[in-house]
Design a protein around this ligand. Structure first.
Ligand code: FAD
Length: 383
């Protein structure tokens, strides 16, 4: 077990006791947003953990933020409804102007403004971000945005969205990642003024949507940093996101291991606990070992990030190992529960569905392997 940040961990644990398995199951059933949980997280100040103190946040690092998210998942909850409020603001913090930071960061820190929608993925480009086709054309003091995003999570529960759009056509730039820019979109004023949001029904309760832009007007002051440099700004934030997601996976894996261990001790078949059989013990023990290893890599990546050291390889490896550890633990847990793993009341099937996401989003396993192959091992780029 990771005991770093024990004070933070115990505060998060105590907050999470107010949100039982039944709470999460009911939301899952209704595909509803966990408003009460997000509001408790906001009031506690945890969502402002990464915002510097001068802007009203706690000024903590990624390792502390990881502890917060790991505990939520270990408690049986799911941080996806609000985790992006923690880290999307990183792009604004690192690349925004002083005016933008003064205007938004204090309100993001208190939760008065929710900046938790991230519009990158598009239906036609998918993983190939550089070929996205949403455009933002400059017209005097405004940009006019047209196009579509898909899988934009929490768009209906955000005041601001961070949007990546093409400002220079791909055939007019030297390298295809150039000519993309990042904007802040004011969601409330944009609704019915060029912005349409359509929820997507999914196998998990994730508040994810399709977002359509039809001549949406964005004022120039909402451009972050330099026009055309947006792809770099987005990449900058990816290590943080990968490390935080790896912490959530570690939390999930630990939840499955605890559930399976308890059940294996309690469930008697053939007049003895099923946990007495090595066929049941070994997968649990293997999951435990796998999770400890993933947790070490996640901690290493977080420490390097907090020291300002390069951590691309570590962040990617942490996300890879942790998402595999949580999925293997989920499989192990449902097997340990037998038929009862399928009964909603035990919650295993919900967490099983939820943890599967992390091998796809925010980045799929293949793309991480490809990063390691190319950037760590020096193998030829494959695409
Ligand atoms: C629930 C959910 C929430 C999400 N939230 C957000 C969000 O808030 N904002 C956002 O912008 N996006 C979001 N996403 C999108 C997510 O990041 C993408 O789904 C993911 O990056 C994969 O893109 P894709 O689905 O278009 O897959 P594709 O790019 O179509 O890829 C399909 C499969 O092919 C593989 N593949 C593609 N190219 C290669 C290659 N060259 N080599 C090897 N394998 C390859 C991929 O790994 C993948 O397994 C979310 C997705 C989901 C499911």
């Amino acid at each position: 077990m990771n005991n770093r940040y024990s004070d933070i961990r115990s505060s998060v644990r105590s907050l999470c006791t107010g949100f039982s398995s039944e709470y999460w199951q009911e939301l899952d059933e209704k595909a509803a947003y966990p408003k009460e949980f997000v509001s408790a997280m906001t009031k506690s100040g945890f969502l402002g953990a990464l915002i510097p103190e001068e802007y009203g946040g706690s000024g903590l690092g990624i390792a502390a933020a990881s502890a917060i998210l790991e505990e939520i998942h270990l408690s049986g909850g799911n941080a996806a409804a609000c985790h992006a409020q923690m880290y999307i603001m990183g792009t604004l913090l690192r690349h925004g102007s002083l005016t933008q930071k003064d205007k938004y960061l204090p309100k993001i820190a208190t939760g008065e403004i929710r900046l938790q929608a991230f519009g990158v993925t598009e239906p036609s480009s998918g993983t190939d971000t550089a070929s996205l086709s949403t455009t933002a054309k400059k017209n005097g003091n405004e940009y006019i945005v047209n196009g579509q995003k898909v899988w934009t999570s929490r768009a209906e529960h955000s005041d601001l969205m961070l949007l990546l759009a093409r400002t220079t056509p791909i055939d007019q730039v030297e390298r295809r990642h150039q000519g993309l820019s990042v904007f802040l979109v004011d969601m409330k004023s944009s609704m019915n003024a060029g912005l349409t949001i359509k929820p997507i029904k999914t196998m998990i309760n994730h508040a994810t949507t399709e977002v359509f832009f039809d001549d949406l007007v964005i004022p120039v002051e909402n451009l972050i940093g330099v026009e055309g440099e947006g792809f770099k700004y987005i990449l900058d934030g990816m290590n943080a996101e990968r490390i935080l997601i790896s912490a959530e996976c570690v939390g999930d894996a630990r939840w499955f291991i605890e559930k399976a261990t308890n059940y294996a001790n309690e469930r008697n078949v053939f007049n003895r606990p099923i946990g007495q059989n090595q066929g049941i013990q070994f997968p649990i023990a293997r999951s435990y070992a796998q999770t400890e290893a993933a947790s070490l890599m996640s901690t290493r990546a977080a420490n390097l990030f907090d020291l300002g050291e390069p951590c691309g390889a570590e962040a990617n490896i942490a996300k890879l190992l942790a998402s595999e550890a949580s999925w293997d633990a989920a499989n192990m847990c449902i097997q340990t529960f037998g038929g009862y793993g399928f009964a909603k009341e035990y919650d295993v099937e919900r967490k099983f569905r939820e943890t599967r996401l992390y091998q796809i989003a925010p980045i799929s396993t293949n793309l991480i392997l490809s990063y390691i192959a190319e950037h760590v091992l020096g193998l030829p780029r494959s695409f």
